[in-house]
Design a protein around this ligand. Sequence first.
Ligand SMILES: NC(=O)c1ccc[n+]([C@@H]2O[C@H](COP(=O)([O-])OP(=O)(O)OC[C@H]3O[C@@H](n4cnc5c(N)ncnc54)[C@H](OP(=O)(O)O)[C@@H]3O)[C@@H](O)[C@H]2O)c1
Length: 217
Amino acid sequence: MEIGVLGTGLVGRTIGTKLFQLGHEVLLGSRDEANPKAIAWAKKLGGHHALYGNFRNAAAFGEIVFNCTLGAASLDALHQAGAENLKGKILIDVSNPFDYSTEQLSLTVCNTDSLGEQIQRAFPEARVVKTLNTMNFNLMVDPDKIPGRTNVFVSGNDLNAKGKVTMILRDWFGWKSIIDLGDITTSRGVEMYMILWVSLRRVFSEDERLNIKIMTS
Ligand SMILES: NC(=O)c1ccc[n+]([C@@H]2O[C@H](COP(=O)([O-])OP(=O)(O)OC[C@H]3O[C@@H](n4cnc5c(N)ncnc54)[C@H](OP(=O)(O)O)[C@@H]3O)[C@@H](O)[C@H]2O)c1
């Protein structure tokens, strides 16, 4: 499958690498079509299945598109990608709306709205599914780094899109416990959780991996 990954940071490169290893053709997108990180990534993987370009190239290329851009800039990045290139496609949104403009830990959107919803409203013809934003990048495509079944969540309005994303999480990335939270408004919870996640990161050592495990009785 041809997959567009918007974002050249740790998340974009990690997801892009995993998809490449699974045999997919991946185009990593950036503001700059000759982004040095993307060039180095493609060179390291080699072959014709690891490609790079700008956000527009990546969105046009992908049958499925991942949004792995800085949350505060995701809407801009997606506008650069172009609504026409996202139309009808599954847009897997991994971003978090951290507000880095202030010293206080905060989000650019919360409570009655979320970045997932902003993206879905801005691109009504894309099928947005929010997922994987609640953990460190190194767990996203390798959940067995933590023993036991920790959880990943999906939020989105389109049931077929969520079904496909659930398949990707389970069969491609190895997630065994996937919780469908409901429509895209449930992005609010998984984005606001990230404030707690940052506190937890400070409590535990950098080497310790952490994720949510839901227990019921
Ligand atoms: N790092 C993690 O472990 C982790 C875990 C969960 C969720 N997330 C979320 O995943 C997303 C990616 O995280 P990351 O750590 O890989 O990298 P990041 O530094 O948050 O984002 C890197 C990407 O954002 C793009 N970007 C930055 N400023 C921009 C702007 N003004 N306009 C357009 N695009 C801009 C960059 O474009 P260029 O390529 O042009 O530089 C780059 O592709 C974030 O939303 C983050 O909150 C990260």
